[in-house]
Design a protein around this ligand. Structure first.
Ligand SMILES: C[S@@+](CC[C@H](N)C(=O)[O-])C[C@H]1O[C@@H](n2cnc3c(N)ncnc32)[C@H](O)[C@@H]1O
Ligand SMILES: [Zn+2]
Length: 138
């Protein structure tokens, strides 16, 4: 059996983008798997009410997997739920069956904040603070 490479070390701390963010604690090479976005698996038809509730608090926790399924990072989630959005991000996500892998989209230095593009579906009400003057909403 080939040895599975351990996932890179990451850490949660305060972010300049918003609240808490997740940061690389070691250099991460392009395309490396970093963490899976954990959370309760729910049907999209059941997620809308939750999303509206979270949205009312200005929060996005539900990750749309496909046309049927979502993961709610607020319920049984892991540290991945604190990864902030950026329009030009250093991570991407890969959906393998019902697992959401967060992967590096370029080489990432130790200490850099991890971000991915939320690709929010539906109402985008939160002004994006990924960079000064970003005109987008997430
Ligand atoms: C999945 S949480 C990320 C963790 C969040 N920073 C926290 O401490 O709870 C998503 C929320 O973070 C905030 N957020 C993430 N990226 C942002 C960005 N680029 N600009 C503004 N707010 C952002 C929004 O409030 C969003 O609803
Ligand atoms: Zn932005």
């Amino acid at each position: 059996m080939p040895k599975l490479r351990p996932l890179p070390k990451i850490t949660r701390r305060r972010s300049r983008l918003h609240g808490f963010g997740v940061f690389a604690a070691e250099p991460i090479t392009k395309n490396r798997r970093i963490i899976d976005y954990a959370g309760e698996l729910i049907r999209n038809s059941d997620s809308e009410a939750r999303e509206e509730r979270y949205n009312a608090d200005g929060a996005i926790w539900v990750f749309r997997l496909n046309r049927v399924w979502s993961r709610d990072g607020y319920v049984n989630g892991n540290v991945a739920r604190f990864i902030n959005h950026a329009c030009t991000s250093n991570c991407w996500f890969e959906i393998v069956d019902k697992t959401i892998w967060i992967r590096a989209s370029r080489n990432i230095r130790a200490g850099e904040e991890l971000t991915f593009d939320y690709m929010t579906v539906g109402k985008r009400t939160i002004p994006c603070r990924c960079r000064p003057g970003c005109p987008n909403f997430i």
